[in-house]
Design a binder for this molecule. Structure first.
Ligand code: SAM
Length: 218
C-alpha cells in the first residue's frame, strides 16, 4: 500500500465514517479517488488533511468530509445522471463518478476546467463531462438530472437548476447572504411545480458567480 493509500484509508475512517457518513457507496468512492491527483504538486502532501486547499485562481478543493456529506445528501443508489456546478479541481466530480453513471460538471474559470479535465482523463474517468461556463444556468441539453450538487454558495437557489431536476431528484446547494457562512440546503422536486426544501448544515463556500448567483466575487 502506498503512503497516499494509507492516508486515504485513515481519512475515510476518521474524517468521513467517523463523522457519521454511512452510505457504503460514498465511503467506497472516497476510498477510491486519489485526492492528491487533483492538487497542484506543492499541495499534494496535504491531500488527506481535514481541510479545503488552494487550487489556484483564488479557488479551493473542498474539505473531504463536505464532499462526502454532499454526495450522501443526494441519496444516490448507483447508475444516476448527476450535474455538478463548480468543478474546481475535479475531485468531487470523480467521487460522484464512482457512484453515478454519468456526471456533467460546469466550471466558470477556464484554466481550472482544463486542469480538471486533464486530471479526470488521466485517471480514466470517461463518464465525467466537463464544460466551461455559467453553471447557474445548468446544462439544459442533458437535463433532467437525478441529482444536482452546487459546490459554491449562492444568494438563492437558482430556479433554472430546480427545473432541471427529474421528479424525485435532489439539488444540494449552499445558500446565504454572508461571506462567512451559508446554509447547505436540499431541494427535492416532488412534482412538476412542487419543491420541498430542507436545511442541512451550516457551511462555508466560495461564491457562486453567475446570472442566477452573485454578480461578482466578493
Ligand atoms: N468541487 C470542487 C472540487 O472538488 O475541487 C470544489 C469547488 S470550489 C469550492 C467552487 C468552484 O465553483 C470554483 O472553482 C469556482 O470557480 C466555481 N464557480 C463559482 N461560480 C460558478 C458558476 N456560476 N458556474 C460554474 N462554476 C462556478
Amino acid at each position: 500500500m502506498s503512503d497516499y493509500s494509507r492516508l486515504r484509508e485513515r481519512m475515510v475512517k476518521r474524517q468521513i465514517a467517523g463523522r457519521g457518513v454511512r452510505s457504503g457507496l460514498v465511503l467506497d468512492a472516497m476510498r477510491k479517488v486519489p485526492r492528491e491527483r487533483f492538487l497542484p504538486r506543492g499541495q499534494r502532501v496535504f491531500a488527506y488533511d481535514d481541510s479545503p486547499l488552494p487550487i489556484g485562481d483564488g479557488q479551493t478543493i473542498s474539505q473531504p468530509y463536505i464532499v462526502a456529506y454532499m454526495a450522501e445528501s443526494l441519496a444516490l443508489e448507483g447508475g444516476e445522471k448527476v450535474l455538478e456546478i463548480g468543478t474546481g479541481s475535479g475531485y468531487a466530480a470523480a467521487v460522484l463518478a464512482e457512484i453515478a453513471a454519468e456526471v456533467y460538471t460546469i466550471e466558470r474559470i477556464e484554466g481550472l476546467a482544463t486542469l480538471a479535465s486533464t486530471a479526470l482523463e488521466d485517471l480514466g474517468y470517461t463518464n465525467v463531462h466537463v464544460r466551461c461556463g455559467d453553471g447557474t444556468l445548468g446544462w439544459p441539453e442533458e437535463a433532467p438530472y437525478d441529482g444536482i450538487v452546487v459546490s459554491a454558495g449562492g444568494p438563492d437557489v437558482p430556479d433554472t437548476l430546480k427545473h432541471q431536476l427529474k421528479t424525485g431528484g435532489r439539488l444540494v446547494i449552499p445558500v446565504g447572504r454572508s461571506k462567512a457562512w451559508q446554509e447547505l440546503i436540499r431541494v427535492t422536486r416532488v412534482a412538476e411545480e412542487d419543491f420541498q426544501t430542507e436545511d442541512l448544515v451550516p457551511v462555508r463556500f466560495v461564491p457562486l458567480v453567475g446570472e442566477e448567483g452573485w454578480s461578482q466575487e466578493f
